[in-house]
Design a protein around this ligand. Structure first.
Ligand code: DGL
Length: 261
């Protein structure tokens, strides 16, 4: 395999940048592609059949770009389609939930909350993946159907967003979780608001665990690009490139308008 081949990242929109930005800090020499499926966003209210169709469209596109691996920087797709697509392509595919569950299950908590999209919560993926490694952890799952749209709509400081976040947190706190997983890659964008109502330490952002997992696996599999030159990057969207650049800015500076695919 040519280690100079790029690694593809995808999400419904800017959310996956919470993973991508960290990846670029830790592995700046990798060549990367990022696909934001803004035409089909939000993924959280889509059926498994639709999510599969979107994922295959993006994975086929990445295949044409000759990727060496793909990072599913989207919990909803990881939960609903990873098990199906993993054997359909000859490059490695990294899913966020399955890659982080072991580390989370070893954190020695008895009760963990999960905020995620409706499609992720309905799949039960966080609960089953965590309990696979530690059946004694109780996992409280709660969907936040509006949160992705607050991020993609540039409305994270709106009255509606603030009050929705407070209500969701109040509901979750009734169960007394020791930590809450931000189980959608868009949710770290809401941290400035979440931390108005709860201590930052309350939240687990799986992207840190995920990027470490990818780093270790690339190394172990001899897939890392060894170069003194910084990696190249290209952004693609299925619609609305201007919105992508504007909303991305909280996590990553995208210097050029993404190409529409
Ligand atoms: N950011 C994605 C996730 O991690 C999808 C959010 C959405 O489009 O609803 O689940």
């Amino acid at each position: 395999m040519d280690t100079n081949c790029p690694i593809g990242f995808f999400d419904s929109g800017v959310g996956g940048l919470s993973v991508y930005s960290l990846f670029k800090k830790i592995l700046p020499y990798e060549n990367t592609l990022y696909f934001g499926d803004l035409k089909n966003m939000p993924y959280g209210n889509k059926s498994k059949t639709e999510l599969l169709q979107f994922a295959r469209m993006i994975l086929d596109f990445f295949k044409e770009q000759n990727v060496k691996a793909v990072v599913i920087a989207c919990n909803t797709s990881s939960a609903n389609v990873y098990d199906i697509v993993k054997s359909e392509y000859d490059f490695k595919i990294y899913p966020i939930i399955q890659s982080c569950a072991k580390v989370i299950s070893n954190m020695n908590f008895k009760k963990i909350g999960v905020f995620a999209t409706v499609a992720t919560i309905n799949s039960g993926a966080y609960k089953s993946e965590i309990q696979k490694y530690n059946p004694n952890i109780s996992v409280v799952e709660q969907s936040c159907p509006k949160w992705t749209n607050f991020v993609e709509g540039g409305q994270i400081y709106s009255e509606e967003c603030l009050s929705n976040i407070k209500t969701q947190l109040d509901n979750m706190m009734c169960y007394n979780p020791e930590r809450i997983i931000l189980g959608c890659t868009h949710y770290p964008f809401l941290k400035p608001v979440l931390t108005k109502f709860a201590d930052e330490k309350m939240f687990i952002d799986p992207s840190e665990i995920f990027v470490k997992f990818i780093f270790d696996d690339l190394k172990k599999s001899n897939m890392q690009r060894i170069s003194k030159e910084m990696g190249t990057e290209k952004f693609f969207v299925s619609a609305n490139p201007e919105n992508f650049v504007n909303n991305a800015s909280l996590f990553y500076k995208v210097n050029k308008l993404p190409s529409i695919v």
